[in-house]
Design a protein around this ligand. Structure first.
Ligand SMILES: [Fe+2]
Ligand SMILES: [Fe+2]
Length: 147
């Protein structure tokens, strides 16, 4: 299994979480509850981006380093991570809701760019290596690939 397939599966879980939060956030009136929910998403999201940085993007550097798509994805990781980290310092309920909804939209757009542009480029550039990176993904996540 390719690491890009595993990452696509992770995107799917985040889409489900974002959908749930898009429906839930407007009804929540507790800042603490919102921050707990945001943290629940942020933790695995940082793990997702961290694994992309450390494995997939690092492997792509010799081929795409310094070029648009890879650098854009890296800077979006920083933006998403920075905004999620900053949520904890917001004390205004409406501002917190708006920022949370906004950054989930940014994350969705980021995922779409990876799915439509970066992952296909990775397939072209390092197609064979994606399988061994898939094993690294499984070890990192504690997922058994069987056999
Ligand atoms: Fe990413
Ligand atoms: Fe991703």
């Amino acid at each position: 299994m390719k690491i890009t397939d595993a990452l696509l599966g992770e995107h799917a879980v985040f889409y489900a979480m974002f959908d749930h939060l898009d429906n839930t956030v407007p009804k929540i009136d507790s800042i603490d509850e919102l921050k707990s929910l945001a943290a629940l998403v942020a933790r695995p999201l940082f793990g997702h981006a961290g694994l992309e940085n450390a494995e997939l993007f690092a492997a792509l550097d010799p081929f795409l380093g310094g070029q648009g798509p890879l650098e854009v994805m890296r800077s979006e990781h920083e933006d998403i991570e920075g905004t999620f980290s900053h949520l904890d310092q917001i004390d205004d309920l409406e501002e917190l809701k708006n920022e949370l909804v906004r950054i989930m939209r940014v994350a969705r757009d980021h995922f779409k760019k990876e799915e439509n542009v970066l992952f296909p480029m990775a397939n072209q550039a390092i197609g064979e290596k994606l399988e061994s990176l898939g094993e690294t993904w499984a070890q990192t996540r504690g997922v058994s690939l069987g056999g």
